[in-house]
Design a protein around this ligand. Sequence first.
Ligand SMILES: NC(=O)c1ccc[n+]([C@@H]2O[C@H](COP(=O)([O-])OP(=O)(O)OC[C@H]3O[C@@H](n4cnc5c(N)ncnc54)[C@H](OP(=O)(O)O)[C@@H]3O)[C@@H](O)[C@H]2O)c1
Length: 269
Amino acid sequence: MTRIVITGATGAIGTALALHYAAPGKHLTLHGRRESVLDDVANQCRERGAEVTVSGIDLTDDAALTPWLEALCEPSPPDLVIVNAGMNINIGEHGEGEAWDEASRLLAINLRVPMAMGNVLGKRMRAAGRGQLVFMSSLAAYHGLALTPSYSASKAGVKAYAEGLRGWLGPSGVGVTVVMPGYVSSKMCHEMPGPKPFLWQPERAAKRIAAGAARNSARVSFPFPLDFGCWWLAVLPASISQWLLAKLDYSPPAANVDNAERPEERRHD
Ligand SMILES: NC(=O)c1ccc[n+]([C@@H]2O[C@H](COP(=O)([O-])OP(=O)(O)OC[C@H]3O[C@@H](n4cnc5c(N)ncnc54)[C@H](OP(=O)(O)O)[C@@H]3O)[C@@H](O)[C@H]2O)c1
């Protein structure tokens, strides 16, 4: 039985990944916060022949996360863990800036949780001499985007962390893959401001991610034109990259004291 763990399984990419892997001979552990959505995804996976366990623990709480991960490693670590849960925020309609409480929550789920998971699972997989970890970064990791500075920072952090982990764990037979998607149709994606060129559907993204994980690719980045463009943003002098991003409409509106709204005054869902 192949054992696969996916966080963020209630989201667009996570659901597509779960359905991609769902088949006889697979045991899926699906994590998500929205119980009814998670149950629905789990049932669809069961209909495809997979065994499914669901979890809704608070990933950002170490006291809940660590024992959950340890339990997942009994009697041996899972074959594949896809660390996919994440969120995005932006500087607001008028460029007023990110609210710090939102930025803190983002850092917790986008960066601290992947590192906490890598910390526990990396050691367990290393001791077992097998396993595959997949971390969800973003093309935003190549160069910080003005509209989403915290998101860019979190995804750059995940990319660097996972690359380091790959170097540490590779000699012990453990694979680590960094995924850097461009725009993939999802709630998070459509809530983001700015243009969304070369938009992919989640099913296509899931197929590409699964193929990369199966090959233990160091990096799975797509779609090609956007990947190539963003890669250059990391390579070029930063001033040129900033100029290019502004030309491509990724720049914020200039401050306007009349319509500026303080981030703390913004309503939260
Ligand atoms: N879509 C894109 O264009 C794109 C591009 C690059 C990278 N990515 C990355 O791909 C991953 C999946 O995103 P998506 O596009 O599928 O977005 P999505 O549909 O909005 O799904 C996000 C998932 O993350 C979960 N999540 C968010 N905050 C959480 C928290 N604090 N604790 C536990 N779970 C939490 C959500 O759970 P709930 O459903 O319970 O809220 C949901 O399952 C993310 O890491 C994202 O950064 C996406």
